[in-house]
Design a protein around this ligand. Structure first.
Ligand code: PHB
Length: 561
């Protein structure tokens, strides 16, 4: 062990600094609402937002209306719910940082090789914040979410990252420990039970500095153990920390170190090589024309639209891949905002800790992930689709559903009904033969020909009605046509009196992963009317779901269910 460097004593607590006079008050309020929604796991009643933020109800209403217009939240009765689109803020930070794009593959490969969860975390003030999680599905595993903030002293990455703390960072840590003995500022962790004394953490920091690794032996909660190694950038400083996380039923802290330290170290060496050799990021194009959009929204919504909030949040999206550091001029250009407007937004975001001055410009900080990322990063395709299917169902007044292919059947994972007496009744979880359903046809049509044939088999299928297409050659022709058309219309082939229209849903890479449909009684519309009246709305819904899905899955894994 190296000789201990004396650590500075805790100073007297400093009062919270008041916002600078240029701060944009509506932006401060909007962020307060987003933070509360994040801490309440993505859903809060309007009344709760009012109480928790101390804002007047009319202010909460206007903030929520503005965030809803931006696609960042939606209203569900009296509840406000975070929407996937909000992840574009965290995505801007993660893309600008580049570490997930460069290192996630290494972390995922290590998790597969060890069959244990692996995470990447960075320092955020006196806490650690997760950038990436390669998790295992196990009963005995508590895993944190991308964007979760943990107190440094209760984690394995903490002592490694605290080795780079300044005197000011240590002051802040002592102040926080004294002011918040229960770790209430960290909603992702259970309250502190065992008190780790200040000197014990300082000792752990010194040991981590000497060893080049650190352990968490159930500091967060009983059973949870973790081993961490720093990943250094080309400049020699810690870029992030890689951790292997396990449970005492599989590993003690001791066996983690003896068995898993070597593979963790070689994975980290590979990560460091990637960082050292990565070519510079290509700057992505920025959509401009924001000023026009906010202006139009203001025209339409009037007092209910708080333009300065929308503009302030959009400043965050000016950053991104190849754009980690932007000057005021670059932010103004990318957003289309007036310089004075962009400047006040940056000052406000800097005051709140979401951007930090760097070089001649500004950078985003990991705190941006606190704007909704943890609850939103745990979403599924089904959950993303649900509100869109409900909106479509309300607009066309017929039932809608989402289905995936399993074997030669489709399984319905989400649906919305009209409440009409003669409603089509297909329960979530139920399965139907793919060859005779519109969703099944769309999903079969998307398969490579060989796989399609393998799933359907060589024999003719059962006729379910007088109209069911059953002969393999006929089905193949129908599926080719479906593929070319980009939709399937199944007319009374599953059940007499039932028509159904489906289109595919694609992931970020263009692969079809599910299908959505509208199902109706044949008396409601002719087949031709299904296409003219329903297909445009169905396609628009698919596009909206895909847009959400592509944002949500940029840095987080989004499973179907
Ligand atoms: C995690 O990735 O979930 C994790 C990492 C380090 C810890 C605890 C949990 O100390």
């Amino acid at each position: 062990m190296t000789t201990s460097r004396p650590l500075p004593p805790p100073p007297a607590p400093a009062p919270d600094t008041a916002p600078p006079p240029e701060a944009v008050a509506p932006l401060v309020r909007g962020i307060a609402v987003l933070r509360r929604l994040t801490d309440t796991d993505g859903t809060a009643a309007l009344g709760d937002l009012e109480r928790a933020t101390g804002l007047a109800r009319s202010t909460v209403d206007r903030v929520v209306a503005t965030l809803a217009r931006m696609g960042y939240v939606r209203l569900d009765g009296r509840d406000v719910v975070l929407a996937p689109r909000l992840m574009e803020l965290g995505n801007a930070y993660l893309a600008a940082l580049r570490l997930p794009a460069l290192l996630a593959g290494h972390a995922d490969a290590l998790a597969d090789a060890l069959d244990e969860s692996v995470s990447l975390a960075v320092a955020d003030g006196d806490g650690i914040r997760f950038l990436h999680q390669a998790t295992r599905r196990r009963a005995l595993s508590l895993s944190f979410r991308i964007g979760d903030l943990l107190p440094a002293e209760r984690t394995a990455p903490g002592p490694l990252l605290a080795g780079e703390w300044s005197a000011e960072d240590w002051h802040r840590w002592h102040r926080r420990r004294a002011a918040d003995p229960g770790d209430r500022a960290f909603p992702a962790v259970p309250p502190r039970s065992r008190t780790l004394s200040g000197p014990a953490f300082e000792t752990a920091v010194e040991r981590a500095r000497a060893d080049g690794w650190a352990l968490d032996d159930q500091l967060i909660e009983p059973g949870l153990v973790a081993l961490s190694v720093p990943v250094r950038g080309a400049d020699g400083r810690i870029a992030c920390v890689a951790s292997v996380v396990s449970h005492t039923s599989r590993h003690s802290a001791d066996s983690l170190r003896t068995i898993l330290l070597p593979p963790l170290r070689s994975a980290v060496a590979a990560m460091e090589r990637t960082l050292a050799t990565a070519p510079p990021a290509e700057p992505a194009d920025r959509p401009s024309g924001l000023a026009g959009w906010t202006g139009a929204s203001k025209q339409e919504l009037g007092r209910e639209f708080v333009e300065s909030l929308a503009r302030g949040l959009t400043v965050v999206t000016a950053f991104g891949e190849g754009r980690p550091e932007l000057t005021l001029t670059a932010v103004a250009e990318a957003t289309g905002l007036a310089r004075a407007t962009a400047r006040r937004a940056l000052i406000t975001l800097a005051h709140l800790g979401y951007v930090t001055p760097h070089g001649r410009g500004f950078r985003l900080t990991p705190r941006v992930l606190a704007l909704g990322f943890p609850p939103l990063s745990r979403t599924t395709v089904t959950r993303i689709a649900r509100p869109h299917l409900a909106a479509l169902g309300r607009s066309v007044q017929d039932s809608t559903a989402l289905a995936v292919l399993t074997g030669d059947e489709v399984q319905y994972t989400a649906r919305s009904t009209t409440g009409r007496i003669m409603d089509v009744d297909i329960a979530v979880g139920s399965r139907l033969p793919a060859y005779a359903t519109s969703t099944g046809r769309v999903l079969l049509a998307a398969l490579p020909p060989g796989e399609r044939a393998a799933r359907l088999g060589p024999a003719a299928r059962d006729p379910l009605t007088a109209r069911t297409v059953t002969r393999p050659a006929d089905l193949a022709a129908v599926l080719d046509r479906t593929r070319a058309d980009g939709f399937a219309l199944v007319d009374e082939e599953l059940e007499a009196g039932l028509r159904s229209l489906a289109v595919p849903l694609h992931d970020r890479h263009g692969t079809v992963l599910a299908a959505i449909n509208i199902t109706l009684h044949s008396s409601r519309r002719t087949p031709a009317q299904c296409v003219t009246d329903l297909l445009p709305a169905l396609r628009a819904t698919a596009t909206a779901i895909e847009a959400d899905l592509h944002i949500a899955s940029r840095f987080a894994r989004v499973p179907l269910l």
